[in-house]
Ligand binder design. Structure first.
Ligand code: PLP
Length: 476
C-alpha cells in the first residue's frame, strides 16, 4: 500500500483548512492556484496576498467589539497596525482601507506617514502611536506631525530620559503634546535577561509621573502601554505580567485623569503549523473582562483599549515558493532537498530565532512521503530548515529524478518581519537607515587614507523601495 503525502496530511490535520486546499492535486493558497503563479512567474518568488490583511483586522475588531458588548465595557477598542512588521505601501494601504490607526517606531516611519497623508490615505484624525527610541530627528518629525494637525499623535516614553527631550520640543510647540508611558515588563524565566530594555521600570513609574509629568501644562499623559513581547498567551507568565501592568495602570489612573487609553502592544500569534489552535475569542474576552474587573474594583473608569498587532495583521498573507533543484542523500537517514534560493536570505527568522513556518509541497501530493532536510544554495552551513513546530521532523513528497515536473515547495505565513530583517531590496528593520560606510587603507608611503564609500541611506532611498515615491518602479 502506498502512503502518500496527502494521506499523511489528511490523517494528521484537518485538511483542507482556511487558506489551503488542493485543486486538481495542486496546492492553492487562499483560493489562488500556485501552479498558475509558478507557470507565469517561475520560482523562486515571494507572494503577498493582500485581502487577508483586511480579513485579519475585521476578525480581531469583531471579537473585541463582541467582548466589549458582552462585558458591558464602557471603553472603545482601537486597532493600530504596527508598521515595522511590513512597511510596503501596498500592505500599509491595505490596512488603512480598514480604517486602522498606526504605530510607528522610528524617524523614517514619520516620513511614511507624511507620504500617506499627501496621498489622502489617512487623515489628521488617525491615531498615531509613537514607540521606539526617540532620536532628535524622530521627535522633530513627530512635532511636525502635530503642527500639521495630527491631534491624536501620542509619544510613548520608552525611558525616563525621553521626557526631557519631549519637554524641549513641547516648549516650542504651540499646543499640548500627548504622551504615553511604556511599562517595562519582566521577561520569561528562560530569557537571556530579566527586565525588558523597552519601557520604564515599574518601580520608578509613579515617582517619575509625580516629578516629571504632573502639572506640566505642555504635555498630557494619555496612554499607558505594556507589551509582553513573547506574545499574548493564556499562560501563567502572561497573566502575571498583565496583572502587574494593570496594577500600575490603576495607580497611575487614580493620580491622572487625563489617562484614557491602555495599549496592550502586539503579540497575537498566527498559524505556523497546520495543527495550530488558538482561541482568539476566549483570550480577547478574558482581556476585556479582566480589565473591567480590575478597574471596577479600584473604582477607576474603564480605558479605551489599543492593540498594535503586526505579525497578526500581515503574517498570514505572505508565502515564498521554491523549486527543489536536487535531492542529495548524505547518509542512510539524511536526505537534503536543495531549493533554488537561500533560506537565510528569505526567511531569516527561521535561522536567527528558530521561527517555524507552514511548509507544504505545491505538487506531487500523491507521491509517497519521506523525511527531509531543506537546504539553501548559499554556502553557509546554517542555511537550512529541518523541523516543524514542536521539533517535529519534516516530511515532503519523495520523487524520482526522472519525473518530468520538478517538486515545488512553499513556506507560508511569512508576511511579517522577513522582508525588513533580510533587508529585501535595501529596506531595514524599523526603517533604521544603513549607516555610512567608511573605507580606511594605507597608501604607498604607509600613511592612512580614508574616504566615504557610501553615505547613510536616505529617506527617499528607503521609501522608494517601499513604493511610496511616485517614480517607484516595479509596483504596477
Ligand atoms: C511596541 C510594539 N508594538 C507592537 C509590536 C508588534 O508585535 P507583533 O508583531 O508580535 O504583533 C512590536 C514588535 O516588536 C512592538 O515592539
Amino acid at each position: 500500500m502506498k502512503n502518500t503525502y496527502f494521506d499523511l496530511i489528511d490523517q494528521s490535520y484537518y485538511f483542507p483548512q482556511e487558506g489551503f486546499d488542493l485543486k486538481k492535486g495542486v496546492l492553492s493558497f487562499n483560493g489562488m492556484s500556485l501552479k498558475y503563479l509558478i507557470d507565469k512567474y517561475e520560482t523562486p518568488f515571494k507572494l503577498m496576498y493582500l485581502p487577508k490583511i483586511g480579513e485579519q483586522i475585521k476578525k480581531a475588531r469583531n471579537l473585541f467589539n463582541r467582548a466589549i458588548n458582552k462585558n458591558n465595557y464602557s471603553g472603545s477598542y482601537n486597532y493600530c497596525y504596527c508598521t515595522k512588521c511590513c512597511h510596503f505601501s501596498h500592505v500599509v494601504k491595505s490596512a488603512l482601507k480598514e480604517k486602522v490607526h498606526l504605530e510607528t517606531s522610528s524617524s523614517f516611519d514619520i516620513d511614511l506617514i507624511f507620504r500617506l497623508f499627501e496621498e489622502g490615505e489617512l487623515t489628521t484624525n488617525t491615531i498615531v502611536v509613537h514607540n521606539g527610541y526617540k532620536t532628535k530627528d524622530y521627535l522633530q518629525k513627530i512635532v511636525q506631525l502635530n503642527e500639521m494637525g495630527f491631534k491624536n499623535s501620542i509619544i510613548v516614553l520608552d525611558s525616563k530620559s525621553e521626557i526631557y527631550r519631549v519637554k524641549k520640543v513641547a516648549a516650542k510647540f504651540d499646543g499640548i503634546l500627548k504622551i504615553g508611558i511604556r511599562i517595562a515588563i519582566d521577561e520569561e524565566p528562560q530569557s537571556a535577561y530579566h527586565t525588558s530594555r523597552l519601557g520604564i521600570r515599574p518601580a520608578e513609574i509613579l515617582d517619575f509621573y509625580k516629578q516629571d509629568i504632573h502639572g506640566d501644562g505642555k504635555i498630557s499623559l494619555k496612554m499607558v502601554h505594556f507589551f509582553v513581547d513573547s506574545g499574548i498567551k493564556d499562560s501563567v507568565y502572561y497573566w502575571n505580567e498583565f496583572n502587574k501592568a494593570m496594577n500600575i495602570f490603576i495607580e497611575l489612573r487614580t493620580l491622572c485623569n487625563d489617562i484614557k487609553a491602555l495599549n496592550l502592544g502586539g503579540g497575537f500569534p498566527i498559524r505556523n503549523n497546520l495543527g495550530f489552535e488558538y482561541d482568539y475569542e476566549y483570550i480577547i474576552n478574558e482581556i476585556v473582562k479582566n480589565i473591567k474587573e480590575k478597574c471596577q474594583a479600584a473604582n477607576v473608569p474603564e480605558p479605551d483599549i489599543f492593540t498594535e498587532f503586526g505579525k497578526y495583521t500581515v503574517g498570514e498573507s505572505g508565502a515564498i515558493i521554491f523549486e527543489v533543484l536536487e535531492q542529495k542523500k548524505q547518509n542512510e537517514s539524511e536526505t537534503w532537498y536543495m531549493v533554488n534560493n537561500s533560506l537565510m536570505n528569505t526567511i531569516p527568522d527561521a535561522w536567527s530565532i528558530l521561527e517555524k513556518f507552514i511548509l507544504l509541497p505545491i505538487n506531487k501530493w500523491n507521491n509517497e512521503y519521506t523525511k527531509v532536510n531543506i537546504g539553501g544554495i548559499s554556502c553557509d552551513h546554517s542555511d537550512y530548515y529541518n523541523s516543524e513546530d514542536f521539533n517535529q521532523q519534516l516530511f515532503l513528497p519523495s520523487y524520482d529524478d526522472q519525473e518530468k515536473e520538478p517538486l515545488y515547495i512553499g513556506f507560508f505565513h511569512t508576511g511579517a518581519y522577513q522582508d525588513s530583517i533580510s533587508g529585501y531590496g535595501g529596506i531595514k528593520h524599523c526603517l533604521i537607515p544603513a549607516p555610512k560606510l567608511i573605507i580606511v587603507d594605507k597608501d604607498d608611503t604607509g600613511n592612512f587614507v580614508d574616504f566615504v564609500y557610501r553615505n547613510e541611506q536616505t529617506v527617499d532611498e528607503m521609501l522608494s523601495i517601499l513604493g511610496y515615491l511616485k517614480n517607484t518602479k516595479d509596483h504596477g
